[in-house]
Design a protein around this ligand. Structure first.
Ligand SMILES: Cc1cc2nc3c(=O)[nH]c(=O)nc-3n(C[C@H](O)[C@H](O)[C@H](O)COP(=O)(O)OP(=O)(O)OC[C@H]3O[C@@H](n4cnc5c(N)ncnc54)[C@H](O)[C@@H]3O)c2cc1C
Length: 379
């Protein structure tokens, strides 16, 4: 009996997971490896930090779904792949999982190499579930007295986190913490001049201090050291300094891109091993390196599903086309956002209303609710 193994039940595996029975009914064994019973929808993560959404509103019950469809769910981190023996190794146990076809959607992580010392009260922007733990810590600490919070990073994740911390404290009618955003040499520097201006305006209006005196080089026990050796103190620190693909592939002797992501061709197939596929933040798409945004992971779903089935059945693979420009909406807290597509950009309540509508629709499309929580939609 052939075996399909999925590493991570991320955004690019949603259709494969929702159609798992189509593999099982053909006699294939399916195993899904993931460190959490749930997969969190990242687009709503900052809103969960800000208290707009509860964890249940933004997550998918991967374990329940897989088991309800006859697959096997293994709660673990995949640590390494042996492509010659066709085995996946796990971080938490000695079990090795055999595959005939493997698909990787293990996402990305925020490097913590600037953090030394005990790392207490340091929360990264990923995994998204960290943001819920961060929320509880902020509320606990604020009950003890005034605090300062540092967000390190100048991109969308950092801006969204800073704005939503402000919302969280405002909603709970607590003293506002002093929020500092360490944005290196410029805030939203990959966005247009208008996006930069609007994001800055909204954050400054909330009283968030934007520090652009250079990159943070060290975080140790509540002290933040910037390039020019100026230091700052903070009670809670969020490194949101960009993401890197999961490290599994560089440890496994597979072809990888310059960022360490699994190098794939236009069939989303490893360029070194024909029975390994992947999607989302953990791949390096050789034809045209893609931004690390959920939009591409979502667009890869259908092709990945088709190609996994085709690989098992030894049929023709389909090509993935990344598609054109995509809509960007940033949730900056307090029901406000910045929306941008092509040269059209605006900020305010409407931007957030549109984002909230799209995000909730996405969750509804892939999930339904019953007494025990959220499940992927049954097709
Ligand atoms: C704060 C924040 C907000 C964002 N907002 C947006 C947005 O609004 N729109 C947008 O398009 N993009 C957004 N992004 C980018 C987006 O998060 C990523 O591009 C998207 O999550 C990629 O999806 P993925 O499925 O590849 O990875 P992930 O969402 O990271 O999913 C990976 C899955 O793999 C599992 N996994 C991890 N390691 C292992 C392992 N070793 N073994 C097995 N399983 C593993 C994880 O548990 C997880 O379920 C945001 C990012 C952040 C940090």
């Amino acid at each position: 009996m052939k075996s399909l193994v999925l590493i991570g039940g991320g955004h690019a595996h949603m259709i494969t997971l929702s159609k798992l029975e189509s593999f099982i009914s053909k006699g294939y064994q399916v195993t899904v490896i993931q460190p959490s019973d749930y997969h969190y929808y990242s687009g709503m993560g900052p809103g969960m930090l800000g208290g707009t959404y509860a964890p249940d509103d933004i997550r998918f019950a991967t374990k329940t779904l897989v088991e309800s469809k006859g697959g096997r769910f293994v709660k673990a981190h995949a640590s390494r792949i042996d492509p010659e023996q066709q085995m996946v190794y796990l971080e938490e146990s000695d079990e090795k999982i055999k595959y005939d076809v493997l698909s990787c959607n293990a996402g990305s992580y925020v490097p913590k190499n600037i953090v030394t010392g005990r790392g207490n009260n340091v929360f990264t922007a990923k995994p998204i579930e960290e943001l819920n733990r961060a929320k509880e810590t902020i509320l606990e600490k604020l009950n003890e007295g005034p605090i300062s919070i540092a967000v390190i990073g100048g991109g969308p994740a950092a801006a969204e986190i800073a704005g939503n911390i402000h919302q969280l404290c405002k909603q709970k009618a607590l003293h506002q913490p002093h929020i500092q955003l360490f944005s290196g040499h410029g805030l939203m520097s990959k966005g247009s001049a208008r996006v930069q201006k609007l994001v800055r305006k909204l954050l400054v209006r909330k009283g968030i201090e934007i520090i652009e005196k250079g990159y943070v080089k060290k975080v140790a026990d509540g002290t933040i050291t910037v390039e020019n050796d100026i230091t700052y103190r903070a009670d809670i620190i969020f490194p949101a300094i960009g993401v890197k693909p999961s490290e599994i592939f560089s440890k496994s002797g597979l072809d990888v891109g310059p960022d360490g992501g699994l190098k794939v061709n236009s069939f989303l197939q490893s360029t070194s091993h024909v029975n390994i596929f992947g999607g989302g933040d953990c791949i390096y798409y050789a034809d045209q390196p893609l931004d690390k945004v959920g939009v591409y992971a979502v667009r890869q779903n259908l092709v990945l599903y088709h190609n996994l089935m085709a690989a098992l059945e030894e049929k023709r693979l389909e090509k993935f086309s990344p598609g054109g420009d995509y809509l960007l909406i940033y949730n900056l807290g307090d029901g406000e956002g910045v929306l941008s597509k092509w040269s059209f950009t605006f900020s305010g309540k409407l931007a957030f209303i549109i984002k909230d509508y799209i995000d909730r629709k996405f969750i509804k499309l892939h999930a339904y609710v019953d007494d025990s929580g959220y499940f992927f939609k049954k097709d």
